[in-house]
Design a protein around this ligand. Structure first.
Ligand SMILES: [Zn+2]
Length: 176
């Protein structure tokens, strides 16, 4: 399961892709900066991290890590900023990206995976793909820091280029 850094990057990518199309793309650094400064990118990054708040009430990888929760998050965003369909879509899909990344990532705490299809079923789903390293919370173990630094580095190396391409596409092709 990725760290909050990986989840925020995933949500930000969703925000870039879902951004409203406006005429007049800008080139170069200013275009990239404008693309990344979009409120939808910020909303996506936040929504990408939020499912892990379930640590607070001790039900990690359960109800919040599901498509049902993603739909609920989109509805909440819709009610909060009524009529902003792109915001609701960004929040919902960024939430889905969290579920997807955790499904694709590594997990070392049974039951493995996420309750992806809740509330239809409370079964856990795990892709056994190990795309992302598991973030260790066992801070008392040797190598805790080194492992997590390596995990975050690989997330940035994988998702950073995708974010850059999405920002470039947003700035040059779709316009910001
Ligand atoms: Zn998670």
């Amino acid at each position: 399961m990725p760290s909050p850094v990986g989840h925020a990057l995933g949500g930000a990518i969703v925000g870039l892709v879902a951004g409203a199309r406006q005429p007049g793309g800008r080139r170069g650094f200013n275009g990239l900066r404008a693309a990344l400064a979009s409120p939808l990118v910020a909303a996506g990054a936040v929504a990408g991290v939020l499912p892990d708040l379930d640590f607070l009430w001790g039900r990690h990888n359960m109800e919040t890590h599901s498509l049902g929760a993603a739909v609920a998050a989109g509805v909440v965003a819709w009610l909060w900023r009524r009529g902003q369909g792109r915001l609701a879509l960004t929040v919902g899909l960024a939430w889905v990206s969290h579920v997807l990344f955790d499904w694709l990532g590594s997990d070392d705490t049974p039951p493995l995976g996420v309750m992806a299809l809740w509330p239809a079923t409370s079964a856990f789903y795990f892709a056994h793909a190990y795309v992302f390293e598991a973030i260790s919370r066992r801070y008392w173990l040797d190598g805790f820091l080194a492992h997590n630094l390596w995990a975050v580095t690989t997330e940035v190396l994988m998702l950073g280029p995708v974010l850059a391409v999405a920002a470039w596409w947003r700035a040059r092709v779709a316009g910001v």
